[in-house]
Each structure stands twice: as structure tokens, then as C-alpha cells.
Design a protein around this ligand. Structure first.
Ligand SMILES: Nc1ncnc2c1ncn2[C@@H]1O[C@H](COP(=O)(O)OP(=O)(O)OP(=O)(O)O)[C@@H](O)[C@H]1O
Length: 297
């Protein structure tokens, strides 16, 4: 079953065009990473899905309805980000209690266990938590809600490395026990690639890639061998990165090779290996104008 559908969706803020002609579908029960560089429109995209903001044109459907002002969408979804706030009069325990009244599939036992595990004082106030602790508490609500559509917008902001690891592990364990549609935005592909079934890569106002991690990796190949051989076998191909250490050369190349070409490279002694998902992501979203070194020239 399709949960999210975008048809030719555009979003602008006044004259600032952020997203253009988005077309994609997300099926029920998938954990999808919304990936992209700073400011490309990940939050904007997810807020349209949650029904917080309206598309400028095109058609957005979530659970078969337009999400903006949809009771069905708000009853079946939760949006976790660092802008969440709660009344000062409520303790953390009160907040969890209220969540239990609001979310039909709320797992109160899990919420309490996570609260204890992460060392929260049940009587603490949300506003006075440190940045990382606040993110952890918000994430705990997202996991325990068991909402049919759970959206995490950069949930690990401020969390230290150990907490981030625990959060991802808890999310994966809970997702496997209670499959549902989860969107998780991040810049850190390497940190979440083991969790994700699919990636939706936003770049330059559009969807640059939508597919599995393996499909993302298969867009490129890593070739190593002598520079002469690499040059001869990649003539006319797109070389996106070159790494040299003494006589050792490793090139990352867009994978447009035929079976015959792969066979020829192997016979010539070129070593062919898969690239890391993060390297493929960087290659697809790299800035055209050179790197940070150019700034210091
Ligand atoms: N309410 C708004 N009014 C005007 N411009 C906005 C508004 N919300 C977002 N934008 C602009 O839309 C663009 C995309 O912002 P968005 O927050 O969606 O990006 P993002 O990919 O989530 O960024 P980051 O990774 O840095 O969090 C930015 O240029 C931002 O300034």
C-alpha cells in the first residue's frame, strides 16, 4: 500500500523556489532516509508530508488524503524535531502520560523503560533539558508512539555518539517488532545506512536518487591499478574522484560499464570494488566548483 505520493510537487517561499517537480511514492512499512545537504529542503519536504505546510503546486497525498488540515493524517502521524515544546507546567512523566492519551498505539511500558535507560528524572521539565537530552526525549516519544507514519527530522541533533548509537539501535529494534512507515532525515549517511531500506536523496530542488542503499552504491565503481591502465579503461567515463598514494591509484567512476568492459578491466589486472554508500552520496551531491581548498587559494 502506498502511504505517501507526490505528483509534480513544487514548493516556494515567496520568490524562493525550494523544491521543484517532485514525483515519488513511499510504500507502507519502509524505513526511508531523507538525505541531502544543508538547506536543500528536507524539512520542507517532510513538513508537507506531515501537513504542516502546503505545497505551492502539484498534488501531495498521504494515506490517500491531502495532508494539510487532514484529521486522518494528524491522527496517524507524528513529527519529531528539535522545535518540539511542551507546557512548562508538565513534567516529563506528565508528557508521556498525555502522549498515551493522544496516540492510540502508544507503548507506555517502552516509553518508561527508555526514560529510565537514558537517565531522565521523571519530574524534570522539558524546557530545562540540555539540547542533547531534549533530542533524546523527543526521539523517545517518536519511537514509543508507534504511529503509522513516524517522521524524524534530524532527531540526533546534540546527542553524543553513544546516545546516537543507542537511539538508532532502539529505533531499529522497535521498527522490526512493529513495522511502520518511518522517515528519518540526516546528513550522516554512514551513520544510518545500516538501518535504511531506502534513500530519498534531495538535491538541487529535486529528487536526485530514490532507491535502496545497494542501488545507490551500484551507481559507482571503485577501480584500483596503475594510472595508465585506469586511464585507458575509463576513457569516456565519468571519473568523480581520484585517490593517489605513491604508485597506488584508486578512482571512483560512474558505473556505465558493460559486462564486456568489466571483463576487460579484470583481465588487465584492475581491481574492482563496491563504493561506500556515503562516497556515492558525496559524489552525487558534490559542489561543482571544487572543494574547500579553493577558498584558501
Ligand atoms: N518558512 C519559511 N520561509 C522562508 N523560507 C523558508 C522557510 N522554511 C524553509 N525555508 C527555506 O527553504 C530552504 C530549505 O530549508 P529546509 O529547512 O527545508 O532545508 P533542510 O534540507 O532541512 O536543511 P538543513 O539540513 O540545514 O536542516 C532554505 O533555503 C530555507 O531558508
Amino acid at each position: 500500500m502506498t502511504v505517501i505520493e507526490f505528483h509534480n510537487v513544487k514548493k516556494s517561499f515567496r520568490s524562493h523556489n525550494v523544491l521543484n517537480d517532485l514525483n515519488f511514492k513511499i510504500e507502507n512499512g519502509a524505513l526511508t532516509g531523507i538525505i541531502g545537504r544543508n538547506g536543500v529542503g528536507k524539512s520542507t519536504l517532510m513538513k508537507m508530508i506531515a501537513g504542516f505546510i502546503k505545497e505551492s503546486s502539484g498534488k501531495v497525498q498521504v494515506f490517500g488524503e491531502h495532508p494539510f488540515n487532514s484529521l486522518k493524517v494528524s491522527a496517524n502521524s507524528i513529527f519529531i524535531d528539535d522545535a518540539m515544546n511542551f507546557p512548562d507546567a508538565m513534567t516529563l512523566q506528565d508528557i508521556l502520560h498525555e502522549c498515551g492519551r493522544f496516540y492510540p498505539d502508544w507503548d507506555a511500558e517502552l516509553a518508561t523503560r527508555l526514560l529510565n535507560y537514558f537517565g531522565f528524572h521523571p519530574q524534570a521539565r522539558h524546557r530545562f533539558l540540555s539540547k542533547g537530552k531534549r533530542s533524546t526525549f523527543n526521539a523517545l516519544i517518536g519511537i514509543s508512539s508507534h504511529c503509522a507514519l513516524t517522521i524524524f527530522d534530524e532527531p540526533t541533533t546534540g546527542m553524543d555518539a553513544a546516545v546516537r548509537k543507542d537511539f538508532y539501535r532502539a529505533l531499529l529494534k522497535d521498527y522490526l517488532a512493529h513495522p511502520r512507515t518511518i522517515l528519518l532525515s540526516s546528513h550522516h549517511v554512514e551513520e544510518i545506512e545500516h538501518l535504511l531500506e531506502n534513500i530519498l536523496l534531495v538535491h538541487d530542488g529535486g529528487i536526485r536518487f530514490h532507491g535502496s542503499i545497494t542501488e545507490l552504491q551500484e551507481m559507482f565503481l571503485s577501480l584500483s591499478g596503475s594510472s595508465d591502465k585506469l586511464a585507458a579503461h575509463t576513457n569516456g567515463k565519468l571519473v568523480v574522484d581520484r585517490f593517489t598514494a605513491g604508485p597506488y591509484h584508486e578512482w571512483m567512476v560512474k558505473n556505465s560499464f558493460s559486462d564486456e568492459e568489466i571483463k576487460d578491466m579484470k583481465s588487465a589486472g584492475i581491481r574492482i570494488t563496491a563504493v561506500a554508500a556515503n562516497d556515492a552520496y558525496i559524489a552525487l551531491t558534490g559542489q561543482a566548483k571544487g572543494g574547500i581548498d579553493d577558498v584558501f587559494k
